[in-house]
Write a protein that binds this ligand. Structure first.
Ligand code: AMP
Length: 550
């Protein structure tokens, strides 16, 4: 039809082009692995991203190739975000907290061609380099002066230096234009059963998600804000903040490896941070430090908290003691990640503090673009009456259609009208205003400090012990980490097995922080009609169990 709008693809490169032109001198401040504070701005970052795009091409990176990173939040990581996706390749952010076996599985599955890493992760890269089947180049994200000596690189062949790559190029480069449905970045999640699965974002989904995330009732960012994402860039693109800051012209403060209360607080104050985002565990550390030292936040006004349920006591402490408004948000890797945020409606403004706290403590209401429903065990949609809880289903332009390489088959379910929904694995009720309250999880996983622990992996290891007849791993509440794994075991008849012996059996087989906190020996684990372990029943049986205090 004639007389329509221009056809212009929504591309990630447009974000950095916009920031360079309209907010050239806005700063990006990073605490570097080298230990110092580094300052740059959007005009410099854009130019370096263009050089890096040329360097990637020189290394043979082609459109749709996967380029992996093992890195903290820092300006070099940000340059990679734009150089890789902007040139049509796919940025694959690896989670350095995973066990080397899992990391190499994921890198092989993704067929990563190049691996960029912060020097902190040199030992990890040394441990996996020889096993990685597809990685052709390893790049240390540092300058020549900080490169490890050749004899210290161990198993890493032909280690390249990031600053050398940038130095070798000029910045005469025009970002290519292509279909907005082209894949831009890849993030694996172990939040479901089976092997970790890849969630592949597109340019279109990313730009649309960024616009929604920036809205006033979500992160609420503007050009006058200074944002510090505590949430790592390897957790769903730092919840979109790596894109949202250039889109809005906000100053960006990247904390690198310094995630303890003291280091974070110093950056909040020295850089005038107004907005931050992270999981509850991190805020506990920060609040603890601020309280112990009788400090205040002089510029912070908003803190997005999600990844796990944020306790109401934290929300009220932030507000009443420090004047910081917590935006409790919910989402998941499969949702880019933002789905809901607990912003007020007009009628809440005149309510009592207690009523407002109860709204702020919900997981929030859907941001535009995310359609939601809850269904009962029979698949029928349930009402939003604040009483009935059901499985949360979502749909929208930044919600997963299928996992990378179709791993795990079709994850979607159809409603009576034939519309496809993504089942989140969360169980919730909604009130009549559309505020969601998560009550449970139907997926069989444990979330500790905002990171997944695969219960099946832990059970499989226990089952490999000769004295174990049956093992189930469940989440139990923990004051600092939100949840920790508890192993419930039925011993084989007539054998002797002690807790410490079984826990020692985990050594070297998983990341150390995955080790169950305790073992409970029982006579039987409840089984369902199909012989499946009934973990909900088991959790119910062990509801009075208390973790040992270390
Ligand atoms: P991830 O894919 O690692 O981002 O994890 C997503 C999952 O974390 C969700 O499906 C929930 O189970 C949990 N989650 C995220 N945000 C919240 C929240 N605000 N409250 C409770 N659980 C949450």
């Amino acid at each position: 039809m004639n007389g329509l709008m221009m056809q212009q693809p929504l591309l990630i490169s447009s974000l950095i082009v916009h920031a360079e032109r309209h907010h050239p001198d806005r700063e990006i401040v990073s605490r570097r692995v080298e230990g110092d504070i580094h300052r740059t701005n959007y005009v410099e970052l854009a130019a370096r991203a263009r050089r890096l795009a040329k360097a990637l091409a020189a290394l043979g990176v082609a459109p749709a190739d996967r380029v992996a990173t093992l890195a903290w939040n820092g300006y070099r990581h940000m340059e990679l975000y734009y150089a890789v996706s902007g040139s049509g390749a796919i940025l694959h952010t690896l989670n350095p907290r995973l066990h080397p076996d899992q990391l190499s599985y994921i890198a092989d599955h993704a067929e990563d061609q190049v691996l960029f890493f912060d020097m902190t992760f040199l030992p990890l890269v040394q441990a996996v380099a020889a096993r990685l089947k597809t990685v052709k180049h390893f790049v240390a994200m540092t300058d020549r002066a900080h490169m490890p000596a050749a004899d210290a690189t161990g198993a890493i062949p032909n280690l390249l230096c990031y600053e050398d790559l940038i130095e070798a190029q000029d910045d005469h480069f025009v970002w290519p234009s292509f279909d907005e449905n082209t894949a831009s970045s890849l993030c694996y999640t172990s939040g479901t059963t089976g092997n970790p699965k890849g969630v592949l974002y597109s340019h279109r989904s990313t730009v649309l998600h960024t616009m929604a995330a920036a809205l006033p009732d979500c992160l609420g960012a503007s050009a006058t804000d200074t944002i510090l994402p505590v949430v790592p860039m390897f957790h769903v693109n730092a919840w979109g903040i790596v894109y949202l800051a250039p889109m809005t012209g906000a100053k960006l403060v990247l904390p690198g490896p310094g995630l303890d209360g003291k280091s974070l607080y110093a950056l909040f104050e020295s850089e005038g941070v107004t907005i931050s985002a992270g999981v509850p565990t991190v805020w506990q550390g920060l609040l603890g430090y601020v309280e112990e030292n009788g400090l205040k936040f002089s510029t912070m006004r908003r803190s997005a908290i999600g990844g796990s349920a944020c306790p109401p006591s934290m929300i009220s402490k932030f507000l009443n003691d420090y004047g910081v408004r917590v935006i409790h948000a919910w989402g998941m890797t499969e949702m880019s990640p933002i789905g809901t945020a607990a912003a007020f409606k007009s009628k809440h403004l005149t309510q009592t503090p207690a009523q407002r706290l109860s709204i702020m403590s919900t997981q929030g209401r859907a941001v535009y673009g995310v359609d939601m429903r809850i269904v009962g065990a029979d698949g029928q949609e349930l009402p939003w009456d604040g009483k009935e809880a059901g499985d949360v289903h979502v749909r929208g332009p930044w919600i997963l259609g299928s996992y990378f390489k179709n791993e795990g088959g079709d994850p979607l379910v159809k409603d009576a009208a034939g519309q496809a929904w993504f089942p989140t694995g969360d169980v919730a009720k909604f009130d009549a205003d559309g505020y969601m309250m998560i009550t449970d999880r139907s997926k069989d996983v444990i979330k500790s400090g905002g990171e997944w622990i695969g219960s099946i992996d832990l059970e499989n290891i226990a089952m490999a012990h000769p004295a174990v007849a049956m093992a189930a791993c469940i989440a139990v509440a923990h004051p600092k980490w939100d949840e920790r794994p508890l192993l419930v075991v039925v011993k084989k008849p007539g054998v002797d097995l002690r807790r410490d012996e079984l826990l020692a059996f985990y050594e070297g087989k998983i990341a150390k922080w995955w080790t169950p906190d305790d073992v409970v020996f029982v006579d039987a684990i409840p089984l369902g009609a199909t012989g499946k372990m009934q973990k909900i029943k088991l959790r119910e049986q062990l509801k009075d169990y208390k973790l040992p205090t270390a």
